[in-house]
Design a protein around this ligand. Structure first.
Ligand code: GYE
Length: 332
């Protein structure tokens, strides 16, 4: 479990020290330029290209770095932790000003983060969190509250099932094993089940790695083993879209015979929802670039200690009846 709040007190003090050190090393103006008017160089290690959410997030990071006058070094880790660690090491070797990454899984980062700290390069987490016993290893996290997204998914299911009594058989398509959004969305959903819905049963739960292909394959196996599934909770839209294909192939109607709740709110998710195939979506906003670039500038200017430990993203919930109206104004 990741208890970010537990870090807060110790972190404020520890982080202030670390960042003050970095700031002394390279004082900067807060307009995207460094001390001698040189642009800030940001090394960014992206998780991969697994989903529509990720594509929108990558575009947002690239566009906003450009708009902010920040020199971006970008790499795609293809969902492999070892690739992210190599990318971070290469940014350290290149002496970038700031490093940011979206950690594919939560554990196993301390060694490389200590290397960044020793080199005086501040690290900003984006999108996903890490588990570490040393809060001074990163400045802040810019991203969503995934546990609350899981809770919101359960509350959306309450709406979708309105009037239903008795047992509800639920299948869960989990995100990448060990990734913060997979762990925390499952946790938030389970929390509401435990508190309010003794009749809801998760009868199958497995990772589909946040991809369409994964969602399709795992859902086909679920349906073979459990033809009586009534609800699918997919940790992202892409897996839900893959699962829809398997549900149809099994001769069932997605959104009717099997109710579907997913997370993200990407364009294709909204299209499926406007057709009634997905019943409700918990929005998870991938457009983190502008906030990340502001944070990079603040940190590079030596003011990281003024930032909260977690800069949370604002999001909404949507049900199928709202999908068609919302679709034209969706930005990703
Ligand atoms: O929900 C999924 C993506 O970390 C919030 O990663 C992100 C998740 C998102 O692959 O589609």
């Amino acid at each position: 479990m990741i208890d970010r709040r537990a870090f807060l007190a110790a972190a404020a003090a520890a982080t202030a020290g670390t960042l003050a050190g970095c700031a002394k090393k390279s004082p900067a103006k807060s307009d995207g330029s460094g001390s001698a008017g040189k642009p800030i160089t940001l090394g960014f290690s992206q998780v991969g290209s697994e989903s529509g959410w990720r594509a929108a997030n990558t575009q947002s990071v690239k566009d906003s770095a450009k708009a902010a006058g920040i020199n971006l070094k970008f790499s795609d880790a293809q969902q492999k932790q070892e690739n992210q660690i190599s990318a971070i090491r290469s940014y350290i070797a290149q002496k970038v000003d700031v490093i940011s990454f979206s950690p594919v899984v939560v554990t196993g980062w301390d060694t490389v983060l200590k290397e960044a700290k020793a080199a005086g390069i501040p690290v900003i987490l984006t999108d996903r969190s890490v588990e570490t016993s040393d809060p001074s290893l990163y400045v802040t996290l810019v991203g969503s509250d995934f546990e609350s997204e899981g809770e919101r998914a359960a509350h959306l299911l309450e709406k979708v099932l309105a009037g239903h009594t008795g047992t509800v058989k639920i299948a869960q398509l989990e995100g990448t094993t060990g990734a913060a959004p997979a762990i925390e969305r499952a946790k938030g959903f389970a929390k509401i089940m435990k508190a309010s819905h003794p009749d809801w049963k998760i009868i199958a739960s497995q990772s589909g790695d946040f991809t369409r292909a994964g969602g399709k394959q795992v859902m086909a196996a679920f349906l073979q083993a459990h033809p009586d599934i009534e609800v699918l909770f997919a940790h992202n839209d892409d897996m839900a879209i893959g699962a829809i294909q398997s549900i149809q192939a099994a001769g069932k109607a997605p959104g009717k015979d099997i109710k579907i709740i997913s997370c993200d709110g990407v364009h294709d998710g909204f299209v499926a929802m406007s057709k009634g195939q997905i019943n409700a979506i918990v929005e998870c906003n991938p457009l983190l670039g502008p906030q990340l670039m502001d944070t990079v500038k603040t940190v590079h200017a030596g003011k990281g200690s003024t930032l909260p430990r977690w800069i949370k993203t604002q999001e909404s919930d949507y049900t199928a009846d709202q999908a068609a109206a919302a679709l034209p104004s969706r930005k990703y």
